[in-house]
Design a protein around this ligand. Structure first.
Ligand SMILES: CC(C)(COP(=O)(O)OP(=O)(O)OC[C@H]1O[C@@H](n2cnc3c(N)ncnc32)[C@H](O)[C@@H]1OP(=O)(O)O)[C@@H](O)C(=O)NCCC(=O)NCCS
Length: 151
C-alpha cells in the first residue's frame, strides 16, 4: 500500500513539494487559466507551499490528484483560491470538502472572514460558495493595477 492509501475513497491531504507539477496539470485539465510564465511558475508555487504548507491541500484517490485548493492568509482575511476538481469527478462533493478543509486551516490561523474572488460567469463556483454561507458583497468592486503582462 502506498502512503496515500489503497485508493478507496477520497483523501484530503496537504500537498508535498513533488505534487506541485500535478497541481498545474490539474488546473489545466479543469480549465482554470494559469500564468506559467508568471505567478504560477513551479518555483513560485513551491516557495509559497513551503511558506504555508497547511494551505496547500489536495484531494486524492489513491495516487491520483483529483482536486486542489490553495488558501492564503493576508493577516486579516483568509482567501480561498484556485479551487478545482477534474472534470470526471465533479458533482461528487469534492470541492465542498476541499473548501471546508481550507476554511478549517484558515480558522486555525485565526481568520474569521473568509473570501473568494469568483468570475461573474462562473456559475458552478458561485453556487458552491453560496451554498456554504458566502454572500456576494456587491458594494465592493475589484480593482487591480497590472504593471506587467502575463504575470
Ligand atoms: C467549481 C468546481 C470546483 C466545483 O467542483 P465540484 O467538486 O464539482 O463541486 P461539488 O460537487 O463539491 O459541488 C458542491 C455544490 O456546488 C454547486 N455546484 C457545483 N458545480 C455546479 C454546477 N456545474 N452548476 C451549478 N451548481 C454547481 C452545487 O450546489 C453543488 O451541490 P450539489 O451537487 O449537491 O447540487 C468545479 O466545477 C471546477 O473545477 N470548475 C473549474 C475550475 C474553477 O472554475 N474553479 C473556481 C475558481 S474561483
Amino acid at each position: 500500500m502506498d502512503s496515500r492509501g489503497s485508493g478507496r475513497g477520497v483523501m484530503l491531504l496537504p500537498l508535498q513539494e513533488d505534487d506541485i507539477p500535478k497541481v498545474l496539470a490539474l488546473w489545466s485539465e479543469a480549465g482554470l487559466p494559469t500564468k506559467p510564465g508568471g505567478r504560477d511558475t513551479l518555483e513560485n508555487l513551491t516557495r509559497r507551499r513551503r511558506e504555508a504548507p497547511d494551505l496547500f491541500i489536495g484531494a486524492f484517490e489513491g495516487e491520483r490528484m483529483i482536486g486542489v485548493v490553495i488558501g492564503s492568509d493576508d493577516g486579516r482575511k483568509g482567501w480561498v483560491n484556485r479551487l478545482a476538481v477534474v472534470p470526471d469527478r465533479r458533482r461528487a462533493g469534492i470541492a465542498a470538502k476541499l473548501l471546508a478543509r481550507c476554511e478549517e486551516a484558515l480558522r486555525s490561523r485565526g481568520r474569521r472572514i473568509i473570501c473568494a474572488l469568483i468570475e461573474k460567469d462562473n456559475e458552478a463556483s458561485q453556487r458552491l460558495v453560496e451554498g456554504k454561507g458566502y454572500r456576494c458583497e456587491d458594494r465592493i468592486a475589484y480593482y487591480a493595477k497590472r504593471e506587467a503582462d502575463d504575470v
